[in-house]
Write a protein that binds this ligand. Structure first.
Ligand code: ADP
Ligand code: NI
Length: 220
């Protein structure tokens, strides 16, 4: 799938991202990145006329310039441009990568769906698959704990529609399932991702149902 040179480049990018995310405790660690790369390359195989190299690079760097993992997004962006230039990415490739990582996040699509390239749709699907299923449940509670959110409060109803502005507003973890995670299945782009999502979505549905059952059963 990759030339020897592309392999070497991906290895350097892996190393760069690993350094950046070493201290992440919000569920955006290197293991998340590696799962997204792997899922993205699996999806790519069924998407004709897409470039696996752009898919892999974008998957590797998709979180490092985002405000959820860095306080200095401008500096991270500048550093990433320097890295890509050092690794001999041409202007077209750099633009393709930034068009993906600037527009793929759930938050950035709340105020209207952003156009993505076919490669972008693949990486977005891979990132979203990692937000659902058993790992998705684990990540949501891990994130909520990291941000000091409550697990659940039946007195706080989930918001029926979210905007980019209120997405980061503190919330309960169970509400995050209703506001985002349970909706992801219907927002996937590719058929392969939709197939992978079926089982993972069902795991979320069963989990929330059982969670709420136990909560009511033991409430007084
Ligand atoms: P995106 O980059 O698509 O906007 P986020 O970075 O906000 O997505 O979320 C990535 C993962 O972090 C989510 O899939 C979820 O597991 C977790 N997460 C984000 N916001 C919350 C929240 N308010 N409560 C619980 N988990 C969250
Ligand atoms: Ni991600």
């Amino acid at each position: 799938m990759f030339s020897a040179q592309q392999h070497a480049t991906l290895k350097q990018i892996h190393h760069y991202v690993q350094n950046k995310l070493e201290h992440d405790k919000s569920g955006h660690d290197m293991a998340h990145i590696e799962r997204v790369v792997k899922l993205a390359l699996t999806i790519q195989q069924t998407e004709t006329n897409t470039d696996p190299f752009i898919v892999a690079v974008s998957a590797y760097v998709h979180d490092i310039i985002d405000d959820k993992v860095t306080e200095n997004t401008a500096q991270e962006r500048a550093e990433l441009i320097t890295l890509l230039q050092t690794l001999s990415f041409n202007q077209t490739q750099q633009q393709a990568i930034f068009a993906i990582i600037d527009n793929m996040s759930y938050r950035k699509n709340l105020n209207g769906k952003k156009m993505l390239s076919p490669e972008g749709e693949i990486v977005q699907d891979a990132d979203r698959l990692d937000a659902i299923g058993a790992i998705g449940i684990g990540r949501a509670f891990y994130y909520g704990g990291n941000k000091h959110h409550l697990m659940h409060d039946p007195a706080i109803p989930p918001r029926s529609s979210l905007t980019e502005q209120d997405y980061r507003y503190p919330n309960t973890v169970i509400n995050h399932f209703y506001e985002k995670l349970l909706r992801l299945k219907d927002q996937l782009n590719t058929e392969t991702a939709k197939k992978i999502a079926d089982k993972r979505h069902q795991i979320l549905v069963n989990f929330v149902q059982q969670f709420e059952q136990e909560w009511t059963d033991t409430a007084y």
